[in-house]
Design a protein around this ligand. Structure first.
Ligand code: CP
Ligand code: NVA
Length: 315
């Protein structure tokens, strides 16, 4: 069975988890867990990308994603090439289409962080090499895969687990988390001000991805969202590219801060997650993100292992 799944993943793009079945996501997560234990046992170099090169294209800043892909490609035996958008001819107006075609002449995989999700789709259309979404304005599926790996490690499964997201309900991180939680049979609750709820069209399509016990609830009351949560998650209030709206966003989301008083409403064993970078004192207090329920550093490390799982099956 795994052989069939693995074969069908070779050459596929990874733009959103919604493009994959629950079985395929499980195969990538299992591979990630295997590679993680190999790495922790000390065998750091796996040769599945030997002789292969991977372009890492970034139009926005990045710390975790950039480092984890660079190190991940290296640990799989391949050659990572970091490419800043403005250092390429893209910055002088060459099209995404021609850039994608050029990448395809040289590399075996393309990892890209962009503003417009449609730029990833265009690159995937013209390049035979698989394209992996390293964050776009609308989604962050590699983060969601690492988050799933972390929840499985901490809670043993996703099926039936209550995941509460508090803050910007339409952030790329929240959208991808909601999709994967529903796909894997978890129960997602999003607490957000009305103006920052995910749009109805997204909610409808996310609900269609549901399997098993999955459910998706939207509420404006953060206490309601976290009261039965096994996982409490937040993301920044001002995402990259939204700087002009910063003040308005901060003032509407202030009641959604993840702080000790909100955590007192959650079960005592609820874990705290954040994709990082964090703004202590804004979406989360230092006390909570640096507190005993926080798993944010495991979550960050799992970016490496989750992405190795994805790349080893797709590239
Ligand atoms: N979580 C995440 O994607 O972090 P970076 O922006 O630092 O890559
Ligand atoms: N929503 C955030 C995530 C950063 C990893 C952003 O897009 O800036």
């Amino acid at each position: 069975m795994e052989g069939i799944v693995v074969k069908s993943l070779r050459g596929r793009d990874f733009l959103d988890t919604a493009d994959f079945t629950r079985e395929e996501l499980t195969a990538m997560l299992s591979r990630a867990a295997e590679l993680k234990s190999e790495t922790l046992r000390g065998s750091r170099i796996n040769t599945c990308l030997a002789g292969k090169s991977v372009a890492l294209l970034f139009q926005k800043p990045s710390t975790r994603t950039r480092i984890s892909f660079d190190v991940g490609v290296h640990q799989l035996g391949g050659h990572p090439i970091y490419l800043g958008w403005n250092e390429l001819q893209l910055g002088r107006g060459e099209t995404v289409t021609d850039t994608g075609r050029t990448f395809d002449c040289f590399v075996d995989g393309i990892v890209a962080r962009v503003f417009r999700h449609s730029d990833l789709e265009e690159m995937a259309r013209v390049a035979d090499a698989p394209v992996v979404n390293a964050l776009s304005d609308s989604s962050h599926p590699c983060q969601a895969m690492a988050d799933c790996l972390t929840i499985i490690e901490r809670k043993g499964r996703i099926e039936g687990i209550n995941v509460a997201f508090v803050g910007d309900g339409n952030s790329n991180v929240c959208r991808s988390l909601a999709e994967i939680v529903l796909q894997m049979g978890g129960k997602m609750a999003i607490a957000s001000p009305k103006a920052f709820m995910p749009p109805d069209e997204f909610v409808r399509s996310a609900r269609r991805l549901s399997s098993g016990a999955a459910s998706l609830e939207l509420t404006e009351d953060p206490n309601d969202a976290v009261k039965e949560a096994g996982v409490v998650y937040t993301d920044v209030w001002v995402s990259m590219g939204q700087e002009a709206e910063a003040e308005a966003r901060r003032s509407s989301m202030r009641p959604y801060q993840l702080n000790a008083s909100l955590m007192a409403t959650a079960p005592s064993d609820a874990i705290v997650m954040h994709c990082l970078p964090a703004h202590r004192g804004e979406e989360v207090t230092a006390e909570v993100i640096d507190g005993r329920n926080s798993v944010v550093w495991e979550q960050a490390e799992n970016r490496l292992h989750a992405q190795k799982g994805i790349m080893s099956l797709l590239f």
